[in-house]
Unconditional design. Sequence first.
Length: 276
Amino acid sequence: MSVQSVKRRLAPSDIAAFKGVRPIVSLTAYTTPIAKLLDPHVDFMLVGDSLGMVLYGLDSTVGVTMDMMIAHGQAVMRGSRDACVVVDLPFGSYQESKEQAFRSAARILKETGCSAVKLEGGAEMAETVDFLTQRGIPVLGHVGLMPQLVNTTGGYRSLGRNDKEANKIRRDAKAIDDAGAFAIVIEGTVEPVAREISTGLRAPTIGIGASPACDGQILVTDDIIGTFNDFKPRFVKHFANLAPLMSEAFANYAAEVKARTFPSAEHTFQVKNKTA
Ligand code: KIV
């Protein structure tokens, strides 16, 4: 096999190069089976710290740990081959200093094999983004609504409706772009602001609740298949509704076990008859 014929995963630089060419497609993945299903369809998968709420039933993403992110990052890498995999830096693993951020990000890259990390933050994190990218760690930025800040911002409402909020998001996005992020997630931001930012930046913007004006889109996979129904923000669309199908399967299983109709002969091992 020639070296040229070996297909490699999309890299963060490939994602950046899609800007202006075609929309970038992304979804979250936390497990091997979901990563396998997503791999042919997305440009990058995000092992998001949303897994704290979606998989572990936490109230916010604040309680998510490095060990959780690494275990799920490894699972997603095992299930994917072509898509770029990005793993979130959890709350408390990077905000203290750029050195702390480097240690955490390097550990994630080494222990999972993923290609990049994501961190939340605007102008205050620009120095850190520059420090990481200069040292071989591609960074996906995240501005606008930042779920890790829920305890200081007080909620998950959309932003950018007044000048103060809009200017802050503009400044944050520009600072992270100048610092070298390969792409920037914009969350929960009104369309005119997201559009203006997307047009002005070098890096592609990846919207979640930030309008079709962004250069790509990301959603939480469990939201689009209807398996996480604690709340449904306006920007989520159910592309399938699997929860009722799953409930029906569980109910049918329980009924068959109780009625002793499962397991039937076809699901039962027998000793083979000895032939003379
Ligand atoms: O944690 C997450 O899943 C995210 C998103 C952008 C979906 O940050």
